[in-house]
Design a protein around this ligand. Structure first.
Ligand code: SF4
Ligand code: SF4
Length: 383
């Protein structure tokens, strides 16, 4: 079997516990979690957002996993590094606001702030990639690493599922540096594949109870897909994720790089244990605006108006507080704060969309260039 699938319609703790027990009892998963001394749950806690926003792995899943693993005799840790460059204080805020720290502590697990740890070098086997890669020490301390991603769309890569979630295994400032050093989506996606191979999670358990479509991983809208999935292979999990969101394999940049490197085969049939691998969503997920050009707009229109139709980042100066987090986190130094509000210097922007992902006020969004130019010409408020 490749993937264990259990339908779970909401985050009612009793229902999630039953679903987790079913997942962990599936024949190809059960042997991996029995009798392990230490387990690290590598969650997704991108930014300080409450669980109902659907940006982070849901605490009910983490609570149920901690309880189930502790009952099997393991000492459990829950950890991540949040996005941006503000280090351990920011990650601590994200772990708290998302409810993940509380869920872990109530279950008797340890909370691990990856940004408070020493980063350890790991050899990157790909010659052209960054070498070494620096991972949080907990990922290298003999723990069984279980990758616990949230299923979300992603402005830069297409989807954030098992492969992308491994990137949080790098400390904050180092994530930022790699964004700057590998700005193109194809080369950055290669780095994401490198990081996934370095983290090498032995198991992946994905929260797809409520998933995110549109401008994910932070500005999208939620879809009740009603699934929990488990597999031993993060690349297979991402193929399953494509099936759930009903997108072709090629829509996701990490899939394309992994296929090129012989790590994924889009023609591989996924063998499913448990419930059918089909979300409650009756239609394909809405794509992020950054991806929708080639999928929604006819080729002839794209050819004549590409520059005008390209999306670009804009700041809403009504809600921007001038906190400067986007300025610190922009790998291209393409943002600044003037008169207490953020401004984008579009000539320097490398379209990584970190600012959209990381603004806690949700003040940064994507708009098509023709809209921005029209607003700027006729006295609008975009920056
Ligand atoms: S856009 Fe967001 S992150 Fe940037 S300064 Fe404004 S509120 Fe802060
Ligand atoms: S302005 Fe935003 S999208 Fe552009 S490079 Fe900076 S963080 Fe990335």
């Amino acid at each position: 079997m490749d993937v264990a699938c259990v339908h779970c319609r909401d985050y009612d703790l009793g229902r999630v516990r039953d679903s987790v027990e079913r997942l962990l009892s599936s024949p190809f998963i059960a042997g991996r979690v029995q009798g392990r001394e230490e387990v690290l749950l590598k969650v997704n806690c991108l930014n300080p957002h409450p669980p109902e926003r659907g940006v982070t792995t849901h605490p009910a899943l983490v609570r149920a996993l901690c309880d189930a693993l502790r009952e099997r005799g393991a000492k459990v840790k829950v950890g991540d590094s949040a996005g941006g460059v503000r280090g351990k204080a920011h990650t601590a805020q994200a772990l708290k606001a998302s409810g993940l720290a509380q869920a872990a502590l109530e279950a008797g697990a340890e909370v691990v702030n990856f940004d408070a740890q020493k980063a350890v070098p790991v050899t990157n086997l790909r010659k052209e990639g960054p070498d070494p890669l620096y991972l949080a020490a907990s990922l290298r301390q003999g723990n069984l690493v279980i990758n616990v991603p949230k299923l979300k769309t992603h402005l830069f890569t297409g989807l954030s599922a098992a492969v992308k979630n491994c990137y949080g295994g790098l400390p904050g400032a180092y994530k930022h540096q790699l964004h700057r050093d590998y700005p193109e989506v194809s080369e950055f996606s290669d780095v994401l594949v490198d990081v996934c191979l370095a983290v090498a999670p032995e198991l992946c358990i994905m929260d797809a109870v409520w998933s995110m479509e549109g401008n994910g991983p932070a500005m999208g809208t939620l879809v009740n897909t009603g699934l929990l999935l488990a597999t031993t292979d993060p690349f297979v999990m991402d193929m399953a994720a494509c099936q759930v969101v009903r997108w072709p394999f090629d829509s996701v940049s990490t899939n394309r790089q992994a296929r090129r490197r012989g790590l994924m085969d889009e023609n591989q049939a996924i063998l499913v244990w448990g419930d059918p691998l089909q979300g409650q969503n009756q239609r394909p997920f809405r794509r992020p605006l950054s991806m929708s050009l080639t999928h929604r707009i006819p080729g002839w229109l794209l050819a004549v108006a590409f520059d005008w139709l390209q999306p670009t980042v804009v700041v809403d100066d009504e809600t921007c507080t001038g906190c400067g987090f986007c300025v610190d986190s922009c790998p291209a130094q393409a943002m600044s704060v003037k008169h207490g509000r953020a401004t984008v210097h579009r000539d320097r922007c490398i379209a990584c969309y970190c600012c959209v992902e990381l603004c806690r006020q949700q003040s940064v969004d994507l708009k098509r260039r023709y809209w921005v130019r029209w607003q700027e010409s006729y006295g609008g408020r975009t920056r």
